[in-house]
Design a protein around this ligand. Structure first.
Ligand SMILES: Nc1ncnc2c1ncn2[C@@H]1O[C@H](COP(=O)(O)OP(=O)(O)OP(=O)(O)O)[C@@H](O)[C@H]1O
Ligand SMILES: [Mg+2]
Length: 313
């Protein structure tokens, strides 16, 4: 099947010379949920803004279901809903007027039943007559989603949909995204949170310094990201890892005060219970345990530094 969205060699250098995107090629499949992961300043918002016609690319082409995003701007843009990272609504307007207006803006005929259902789905129906400035931050974010969906787009961009929202709204957001997907909406979201990608996405793209470093099925990526570490804080420091512990992947840190165990959290058996039993058998006492998962930031650093090494070579 033809991809619903195709970016070919898309680049962006902002005035002032900063290269925010370096020749990005990306195909988005019809109906998928695609998560774009990347640290601050990676180029995520720039990429979305280019597809939505807010930022002009310096090079490359974008095709939205066969429509060139620049030459055929109106047709392409009508297919897209955008939930921006920053609040962008008229604070003095009411919730329902905002949704109606946005629908009209994209040339759709009024459909009160659709707007009603949309606001109900977003738990905004009771607030429909409130001015946006009277709403809480979380509700304002929902209004942004209502606005983005008001014209029934086929593709929905969510730029950091859950940054700064509480756990319950985050859950609601995930449920909503799931429902939209069932209706066949293609969803592209950006996030800093690996958990979010883990929960939602079919595929994940990692972007750093304007470069799309990898695009993979989520399951494959999660396996790679499943590496975890557990530090065992010892009562008495060790000089070396005892031979009796050679079957575990251990190293000593902090001048022998920490025994570090690297394991695969996605494996059926982590080896932790048996390791702790063995320590008991050997009379190695510990006062605490600390686990860490490899954070997204670590993974970026890892990916990016490998890339730098490759380029240097
Ligand atoms: N209008 C602009 N003019 C000049 N530089 C810009 C502009 N917008 C963004 N940039 C720069 O481009 C780079 C990418 O920014 P972008 O907003 O796309 O990153 P991001 O991945 O969305 O980051 P975040 O996770 O913080 O939202 C940054 O270095 C940023 O400073
Ligand atoms: Mg951004």
């Amino acid at each position: 099947m033809e991809p619903i969205l195709r970016l070919s060699g898309v680049s962006k250098t902002y005035d002032g010379g900063h290269q925010a995107l370096k020749s990005v090629d990306l195909d988005i499949r019809r109906g998928e949920i695609f998560a774009l992961l990347g640290p601050n300043g990676a180029g995520k918002t720039t990429m979305i803004s280019i597809v939505c016609g807010i930022v002009t690319p310096s090079g490359g082409t974008i095709s939205v279901d066969g429509h060139d995003a620049i030459r055929d701007y109106r047709k392409a843009r009508r297919m897209i809903g955008l939930v921006p990272q920053e609040l962008s609504v008229d604070m003095f307007e009411t919730v329902i007027a905002t949704a109606r207006f946005s629908r009209r803006l994209f040339g759709r005929a009024p459909d009160e039943a659709y707007i009603e259902q949309l606001l109900k789905d977003l738990s905004l129906w009771d607030k429909r007559k409130s001015k946006i400035m009277e709403l809480s931050g979380g509700m304002k974010r929902r209004v942004l989603i209502a606005k983005a969906l008001s014209h029934e787009p086929d593709i929905l961009f969510l730029d950091e949909p859950t940054a700064g929202v509480d756990v319950s709204l985050r859950r609601d957001m995930w449920k909503l995204i799931g429902r939209l997907r069932e209706r066949g909406v293609t969803i592209i979201l950006t996030t800093h949170y690996i958990e979010e990608a883990e929960e939602m996405a079919d595929r994940v793209g990692v972007i750093a310094k304007g470069e799309l470093l990898l695009v993979e099925e989520k399951t494959a990526l999660m396996a790679k990201l499943g590496k975890r570490e557990m530090d065992i804080l010892l009562v008495e420091p060790l000089n070396a890892v005892p031979d009796a512990l050679s079957e575990w992947n251990l190293s000593l840190e902090d001048e022998g005060h920490r025994l570090r165990y690297a394991f695969d959290a996605t494996a059926e058996h982590t080896g932790i219970p048996s390791l702790l039993r063995k320590l008991g058998d050997l009379g190695i006492a510990f006062k605490d345990l600390e686990t860490s998962k490899s954070s997204l930031e670590d993974i970026f650093v890892d990916l990016v530094s490998h890339r730098d090494e490759e380029q240097a070579a």
